[in-house]
Structures are given as C-alpha cells and as structure tokens.
Design a protein around this ligand. Structure first.
Ligand code: GLU
Length: 488
C-alpha cells in the first residue's frame, strides 16, 4: 500500500453509554495502524445526538483508552491543530456546510412532520417496501416553501441523493463494494434542533481533520455510500475505507450483555491486565499468522497490517481471554503482581481483618495464588482464607471420602498434637511430618490432607497444602484445627 502522506486515523466514539469492547477494538486497530505507520491517532467525540448523550460516557471512554495505553495525538484534553474535537462545539461548521449544499442545489429543506413520516413508514412497511423518505419536500415550489416557513415550521435539511446510478468504492478489507443509489433515500443532514446528523458531521470532520483512513466497524458499511455522495457534492477527496469484521459471541450472535461483560470498565474492574486485553482485542479480526497468540504491544505495532484483517466475523471467546490473562498474570514479577493485586485484596477482604496490613505476609501468599488465578479479582477470591480467621464452611466437608466423623476427629487431634511440637514450620518439614502420620492413622494421604485442607483453608480446593500451611504459620493453623474440632 502506498503511504505518501502520513497516516491520520481517528477513533470517533459517540458518548451514548459505556465503552463497549467492540468499540474499543476499533480504537485499538486505529491506534495500531497509526503507530505502525508513524502516523497520528486522533480522538473525536461525536456528541451530536442530544437525546442519546450519557453523562460520564466521555470520561469512561477516555479512561478506557488510557488504561489500555492507547494514547492519542489529538483530541480531548490534548487539543490539536484541528480543535475542537467535540462535534457539539463545531455546530457552526456543519450548518454552514449544509447551507452551502442547499445553495448549490444538493440539499433542501424538508418540513414534513414526525407524524407524517411515521405514517409514511408504516405504510411502506405494510406494502413490504423498504422504509425511506418519499422526497415530498424535494419538489416543493417557491410558494409552497414560503407557505411552510410562514407557518413557522422548523425544517430539517435533507441531501438530494442521486436517483439513479451507483456508488462504488474499494474497501481496503472487503474489496469493491457497490451500492445502487436508488436504494438510498434523501437522508437528513441537519436536524431541526440545528445539530448535524452523524453523516454530515462525520464527513465534514474527516475532511477538515485530514483523515486518510477510516477504519470502522462493519455496521457503518451501509453509511459509506451516503458519505461518498456527500464527499462528491462537497468537492472533498474521500479518505480510504476499511470496515472491520463484526464481533460475535461464541454462540455466533452479536456480542452483547448476554455474553457477559461488554464494557471495558467491567474488564478493568474484574482484574484483567491491560496488556492481556490489548493482545486479546488485537486478535479479534486480525492475526499475524494462523498460530501466534501471545504478542506484546511492540510486536503488535510492528506487524499490524490491514492485509491481515479478516472479512469474516470475529468470535469473542471469554475462555481464551481468561487463559491469556492468566498467562500475563504469571509473567508479572513479584513486585508488579503485588502492586496490581493490592487494590483487589483491599476490596475483597472484610474490614476489620487487619492481617492485610502486613505486607510481608501478603508477599508470602502471592506466589501461591499467582500460578492459579485468571484475573486479579480471582486472586483476591483465592487468597481470601489467608486473611479471615472465622472460616465459613460446611462441617461435613471435614469428613472425607470413606471417613467417619470419628476418624476425622482422630486425624485432626493427632495432627494438632504433632504440629504443636514441630519446630520448623516450613513446607518440607510439614510434609515429612504429615505423610507418615497418615500411614500411622491408617488413612490414605488424600484423606488426611483433605481433612486438614478444609480445616485450615475452609475449602476443598486451595493452593498446595504444605506451602499454604507454612505461610499461614503454626499458630493460625493450630487455631483453625481447634475450630474445626469444635465444629465436628
Ligand atoms: N460515531 C460513530 C460511532 O459511534 C463513528 C462511526 C465512524 O467511525 O464513522 O461509532
């Protein structure tokens, strides 16, 4: 691909809700493309739909980008040569453009009421026709228009879509795309509240901001012929288009709440690491080859190309994300892991459990859970028993397979007695003590260890027993065994 002028791409979210992972994937692909080509990544907030604006949405989006390390060269907070980057602050530009289109005969005022449009649509649907504006106002005479104005109706501005011919373009991912113009209606450019529609504002800004490539989700593909007609009418050279494949859940339906978390904020809260998230999202529709899964940010920038974006839908596989996040968690150094996990421990351990304040204790625990956790929230969950003295479990769990209540009591008593005499309370000594004890008691090691595991951790599955006990320490273990005996 020839890249004479430097690449300028934009991520243009509408602040209508939480930052959806699909949307963030679009941001990531734009960012990777810009970084790969040494170009600019621009963030533009498309806040022209007053009715759908959600408070705090812009912050959520920007925080999400920052968290993932997707820095922008121009946009909110950083400014830039083409500021402002909020469309709501550029209204004049759009209305002037709409005026220009009217004066050159490419757009017209439409006075049709919402009621009329609604009835028209119902009729079209009834006749099984595709719904679309019937162009009534396109043909108003001077007098009719004056009459409507006199009635005080605030009009919208519509584009005069060519009635025949085709609009075609070469999509960088899907190749040649052709639309018959007669399938497009006279879409609105300027709404009656003076705000532009997405189509007008998007085209005007992509032009003014000198965007070279538009990488956006496939759902916008049907808007592209409208945009191209606008570019032509305005005498602007259009950017190149690349429509990214859809994102589906594992059941092959469109990715939605039903599939679990879809907002990037939720992933952050659940303790996914930004590096894992970037790696995972990059592979949703793009790949290096047919096998490479783990790639660092640098490697992704290095090898990202539009040529390797697939045309077929990408599947969002939560299991794969969990696996990948686990890999990234395990690759953290002890210090990094401590830093990352601390806030999650704080949130998960009930107030009043002062143990957490001992950093040394926490640092001893962490290696035992780092191997197993897939998210940071899970780390806190796996480690919780280390911090809580009143373990809550079903006493029956203390009685293992083929054991009686009596043999469980006997086992715990024997262990209690031996452990209290053990000097060095490390994993090796514990193992050397407890293995023979099982034989002595006539139990399988699994039976004795199972009973002990429940007594000291409150669960049947936990990190390796001897290491766990060593970290818990002698006193805590003995107290817990005592408590278990009291329960039996
Ligand atoms: N504001 C649109 C969105 O929310 C932008 C689409 C485009 O990139 O053209 O996704």
């Amino acid at each position: 691909m020839k890249m004479t002028n430097s690449v300028r791409v934009r991520y243009a979210p509408s602040p209508t809700g939480y930052p959806h992972v699909g949307n963030i994937r679009t941001a990531l692909f734009n960012w990777l493309f810009a970084r790969h080509h040494g170009g600019s990544f621009i963030v533009r907030i498309e806040d022209t739909d007053v009715t759908r604006k959600v408070r705090g949405a812009v912050k959520g989006i920007l925080d999400g980008l920052r968290w993932l390390g997707l820095d922008w060269d121009e946009g909110p907070e950083v400014g830039g040569k083409y500021a402002p980057y909020f469309q709501s602050q550029r209204l004049e530009i759009y209305s002037e453009t709409a005026q220009r289109l009217i004066s050159q005969g490419d757009a017209y005022y439409c006075y049709c009421s919402t009621q009329r449009l609604k009835e028209m649509r119902a009729e079209q649907v009834g006749r099984k026709q595709p719904p679309g504006y019937d162009r009534l106002c396109r043909h108003l005479t001077q007098e009719e228009r004056a009459q409507k104005e006199a009635e005080g109706i605030t009009p919208v501005v519509r584009f005069k879509t060519p009635l025949g011919g085709q609009t075609r373009f070469n999509d960088l991912i899907r190749g040649e795309v052709v639309f018959d113009n007669n399938t497009l209606d006279d879409f609105i450019l300027l709404k009656s509240d003076g705000y532009p529609t997405y189509h007008l504002a998007n085209v005007v800004d992509d032009h003014l901001m000198e965007i070279t490539h538009v990488l956006r989700a496939e759902e916008w593909l049907s808007s592209t012929p409208r945009h191209l007609l606008l570019y032509r009418a305005l005498g602007f050279e259009p950017p190149q288009f690349a429509h990214l494949p859809m994102l589906l859940g594992t059941d092959r339906s469109k990715l939605s709440k039903r599939h679990g978390a879809v907002s990037i904020t939720e992933y952050r809260e659940q303790g996914y690491l930004p590096e894992a998230m970037v790696n995972f999202l990059a592979l949703l529709g793009w790949s290096l080859d047919d096998k490479t899964e783990l790639m660092s940010r640098e490697e992704l920038i290095q090898s990202f190309s539009l040529e390797r974006i697939s045309r077929t839908a990408a599947i969002f596989n939560q299991d794969k994300l969990n696996w990948m996040n686990g890999v990234y968690i395990r690759s953290l150094t002890a210090d990094e892991f401590f830093e990352a996990v601390e806030p999650y421990l704080m949130m998960n351990i009930p107030a009043g459990e002062a143990l957490i304040s001992s950093e040394e204790y926490v640092r001893d625990i962490l290696p035992l859970v780092q191997e197993r956790a897939r998210t940071l929230a899970e780390v806190a969950e796996l480690a919780q028993f280390f911090f809580i003295d009143q373990l809550d479990y079903e006493p029956g769990l203390l009685i293992g397979k083929n054991m009686s209540r009596q043999s469980a009591i006997q086992a715990l008593k024997a262990a209690q007695q031996r452990l209290s005499q053990l000097e060095a309370f490390d994993a090796g000594s514990l193992e050397a003590l407890l293995r023979p004890l099982a034989v002595e008691l006539g139990l399988k090691t699994g039976q004795l260890f199972g009973t002990l595991r429940v007594a000291v951790t409150g669960r049947t599955a936990a990190p390796p027993l001897f290491q766990t006990m060593a970290v818990l320490g002698k006193e805590r273990c003995l107290r817990r065994i005592e408590a278990a005996l009291a329960r039996l």
